[in-house]
Ligand binder design. Sequence first.
Ligand code: FAD
Length: 336
Amino acid sequence: MSKHIWVIAEKRKGTFHSSTYELLGKAREIAKKIPDALVACVTLTNRSLTPEMREKLSEQGSDVILNIINEKFERFDYLTYLKALESIAEKFNPEIILAPATTTGRTIMPALAASLKTGLTADCTGLDIDNDGNLLQTRPAIGGNIMATIKTPNHRPQMATIRPKTFNPLTEKYSKTAIYHEIIPILDISDKTKLIEFKEISEDQKSIQDSEVVFSGGKGLRKPENLEILKDLAKLVGGAVGASRPLVDSKWIGHENQVGLSGHTVKPKIYIAAGISGAVQHVAGMQTSDIIIAINKDVNAPIFDYSDIGLVGDAAEILEMLHRALKNIKEEIPDA
Ligand SMILES: Cc1cc2nc3c(=O)[nH]c(=O)nc-3n(C[C@H](O)[C@H](O)[C@H](O)COP(=O)(O)OP(=O)(O)OC[C@H]3O[C@@H](n4cnc5c(N)ncnc54)[C@H](O)[C@@H]3O)c2cc1C
């Protein structure tokens, strides 16, 4: 019988979040090391998937799509999600269940692991298969000072959440067309919860994980007012604002903007670290960015070891100069 590697899809409006495609790409890679493995994408929706959605999941590496339908799945609904996943996991006995370490994944996976009586490794940054077919789940531990590799040899399924932007989606379309199943589970749920309000993040609060340019500030910005320059810069180029943990701890900015081990992992095309020293816990969340530009007044700051471009000087002054220059370019060439 085939061994299922499940990827629990993260739905966003009429499409799927990029983390779904990243996990499908990784699932394809590990499937090569498990005989008879099938990559199954598990979607939870309130209606059938459109042909376009199915095609996309197929091209991104799914052999099978298991679409669980329930009227409550227009949005995330904790108890119904849990009961539905539990019931189909018991039916299909997957070997591995992967989900992105988003708010949804972080909420549902621990509860699912507990109800399936297995383990869960949260926030993984690496996955592999050992010679015995066990999933090797790697994640930073002890404050990011060591990488721990965890396996679950005695229980199935093996479950992990993975930080978005850790893996890459397939670079070439997967050649098979996924088999599409619709499942309408009969769920016995005594509803103890009700949705009071659903608040969507506004467009100008662009997520740091979805932006191609992230302007991040650290303690070297010296005062909260200097964060405004970062916000203006981000607005100018359609980017997002990130921060080191001390700025979040001081309530200059929200946790959704924190980059690093206890914040978010980002992988933009350009990451600007202004007044950030480059502590391992911060670097863990941004080191895979394509181009890293560091601004620091200390020429020996560790952040320069990770940067492609380094500017030595006062962060606020340099950011002001950058803002003026970009504004001028925008005025001269509006489409730039
Ligand atoms: C378990 C654990 C989890 C953690 N998780 C995170 C995390 O997710 N994200 C995170 O960021 N940190 C995290 N940390 C904290 C981390 O260890 C560092 O303390 C933190 O990243 C330092 O932030 P910083 O670089 O802004 O400040 P500092 O380390 O104080 O560095 C400030 C930098 O600004 C420079 N500077 C000063 N003045 C100026 C100026 N005028 N112009 C330019 N540069 C200037 C200095 O030279 C210095 O390099 C975690 C720590 C632990 C123990």
